[in-house]
Design a binder for this molecule. Structure first.
Ligand code: ADP
Ligand code: MG
Ligand code: ZN
Length: 620
């Protein structure tokens, strides 16, 4: 968020500058050595006087050059250069051959070009160096912008100088106070900050700190932020580079960059090197799919450098990734990135703390942080920061000076479901179906004990394509989910479609998102949570990239995979039947609540529960 200035240029090796110097020197030399040549005066004259001068034997030499005749004369001991136009005189050559030159008995020499407007050096520069220079500049630019990878090719075009512009930032103002929640991570890094502050305390005993710390976690949990904060806490220079910056077009550049980086860091010790998104270079080398030479060279160089430097000197390397399982084992062995700091998605308390940190930056009224934090289960720090900013923007749009809780609630919905679509007109039948669909979810949730209470129901279309939605907010954070609760969630998800069927006698595409979620959940119950009697505790699926949404791959035989499908279908069918049952036994509530929702477009959980109570219903 904050942008610290104070960049110190630690590298000043610009090839453009050296070229400029060569050119300047050559121009200077040119002026000193050949001043006469370039300053010679040329006098314009007419053809008649030229012929006259030839005939009277005053002309020494003549040059004919593109419609002009240049000639020099020797008159009264002085050499003068003239210029005249050419007039296609057929006798000119004959005349010149017969004429006398002032140098006794010599003929006029012609065809040599006398007036030298440019020196040979300048000619040489223009003809050879300038095109070369232009070509060089274009080539360099291309090398920079095209990040194409070149597989193989050995040492084709490798450079000793990486041209890496690595800035060390000093005086970073981000501190641990800017990082909310993440107490475990902060604690782990605090020790390193202390070491960088006061290395002697540790070296006296003979302890050396871990050289490398790997920050692991889903995107937006504050990995980059906490790395900066560590540098801010320790008051040391901060070298930040992204893993992808190492992978360059030319083979050998990445490795050279790593060398440069460590050389500079050693000079600046104590300091912090931060390699963001390290998986770009640290990917496991034995993936089978024909490696990438450049990346492997860079990785090898990194490994060598990490082994090579003295751990007591105070250079700490932080790296961040959200794909720890893809990293090369060699990177993780002791002496390299042997310490792992986990950054998880914030829990309820964490979300409150993060909201507070970001609310400090905006003007706001009394805010019910609790309600916002509870409505944002599963949101990362970056998303929470975004929600606060969206709320501030909304306050400005509404012409207010301060952010209110309502702004925050609306921006939570904007971030989850997209902005409201004001001009999307639903026909009355559509509106009715959507209303029954949403009330269906709400009713099914309300009728099952221990499912999250309904917070809000709305049928205002959103830009994400949702025509309405029912927002449930857990009253407390749940870390363990029981089989019963998961099943109840699936029942609630099928509630929308069930309402369409039972109340409107139709089925629509409106349930596609519900279907997707319900199926995912049911499948996870069977394959990963061991919640089917059939497979007991057998794991049938492994998760890849668990921090990036996660995609599972089945680890069972095709026969079992087909069986799993049946299990999943059965769970969904059971849930659907249950939801239909609940709805058909409470048609009175359905009618009243749907009518109320159609009238108001948005109703709160309390308003909905009041209708439920008025109908004298109790939870089953
Ligand atoms: P990552 O590198 O893990 O993907 P970032 O560090 O880039 O995430 O976080 C992006 C932004 O999200 C930060 O600049 C900050 O505004 C906000 N943020 C994330 N986590 C936190 C946190 N724990 N406390 C405060 N702000 C946070
Ligand atoms: Mg990051
Ligand atoms: Zn739905």
């Amino acid at each position: 968020m904050e942008k610290e200035q104070n960049h110190q240029v630690t590298k000043r090796n610009n090839p453009y500058m050296s070229f400029l110097w060569i050119i300047l020197t050559l121009l200077l030399l040119n002026g000193l050595v050949f001043p006469k040549l370039s300053n010679q005066q040329i006098i314009a004259t007419d053809y008649g006087s030229f012929i006259e001068k030839v005939d009277s034997g005053k002309v020494k030499d003549v040059a004919i050059k593109s419609n002009h005749i240049y000639f020099t004369t020797e008159e009264r001991g002085k050499t003068l250069t003239y210029q005249t136009g050419e007039t296609n005189d057929p006798q000119l050559v004959e005349r010149l051959l017969n004429a006398q030159s002032p140098n006794k008995n010599n003929k006029i020499s012609f065809n040599q070009i006398i007036p030298r407007e440019n020196s040979p050096i300048l000619d040489f520069l223009l003809m050879w160096i300038l095109p070369g220079l232009i070509f060089y500049l274009i080539w360099r630019q291309a090398g920079k912008s095209i990040q194409a990878r070149m597989n193989g090719g050995g040492n084709f075009m490798s450079f000793g100088n990486s041209g890496a512009k690595i800035y060390a930032e000093s005086e970073i103002k981000t501190t641990f106070a800017n990082v909310a929640g993440q107490d475990e991570a902060k604690e782990a890094l605090m020790e390193i900050a202390d070491f960088l502050h006061n290395p002697s305390k540790y070296t006296q005993i003979g302890a050396s700190l871990p050289k490398g710390v790997l920050l692991v976690g889903p995107p937006g949990t504050g990995k980059t932020l906490i790395a900066r904060a560590l540098a801010g806490e320790a008051h040391v220079p901060f070298f930040a580079i992204s893993g992808s910056e190492f992978v360059q077009m030319f083979v050998g550049m990445g490795a050279a960059k790593v060398r440069d980086l460590f050389k500079q860091a050693n000079e600046k010790a104590p300091c912090i090197i931060f390699i963001d998104e390290i998986d770009a270079i640290g990917k496991s080398r034995n993936t089978g799919l024909g490696g990438n030479d450049e990346r492997e060279q860079t990785l090898n160089q990194l490994l060598t450098e990490m082994d090579g430097f003295d751990g007591r000197k105070g250079v700490v390397i932080l790296a961040a990734t959200n794909r720890p399982e893809s990293l090369d084992k060699a990177l993780l062995r002791p002496g390299r990135f042997d310490r792992r700091v986990q950054m998880e998605l914030p829990d309820l308390e964490g979300r409150k703390a993060i909201l507070e940190v970001h609310l400090k930056k905006v003007k706001h009224e009394e805010i019910d942080i609790d309600i916002v934090a509870r409505a944002t289960v599963g949101s990362s720090g970056a998303e929470l920061a975004n929600i606060v900013n969206e709320a501030a923007l909304r306050a400005v749009r509404m012409g207010r000076k301060k952010v209110t809780t309502a702004d925050l609630e609306e921006s939570v919905e904007t971030v989850i479901a997209g902005a409201q679509k004001k001009n999307k007109i639903l026909s009355d039948t559509e509106k009715e179906i959507v209303a029954y669909h949403e009330i269906g979810h709400a009713l099914v949730a309300a009728m099952q004990s221990h499912s999250a209470p309904v917070h809000k129901i709305t049928i205002i279309p959103r830009t994400s394509g949702a025509l309405g939605y029912t927002m449930q907010v857990e009253s407390s954070e749940q870390l363990l989910q029981s089989k019963e609760n998961l099943f109840k969630r699936i029942v609630t998800l099928t509630g929308g479609r069930s309402a369409e069927e039972v109340m409107c006698h139709t089925i629509t595409t409106g349930a596609s998102n519900d279907i997707e979620q319900a199926t995912k959940l049911a499948r996870a119950m069977v394959t990963r949570y061991g919640m089917s009697s059939r497979y007991d505790m057998t794991g049938l699926e492994t998760m890849n990239n668990s921090y990036l949404g996660g995609d599972g791959s089945l680890t069972c035989s095709p026969e079992t995979a087909a069986d799993i499908d049946h299990e999943v279908i059965n769970i969904i069918k059971d849930a659907h039947t249950k939801a239909k049952e609940i709805i058909s036994t409470h048609t009175e509530i359905m009618h009243r609540a749907a009518a109320f929702l159609m009238e108001k477009e948005t109703i709160t959980g309390d308003e909905f529960m009041k209708i439920v109570e008025e109908c004298g219903e109790n939870k089953t």
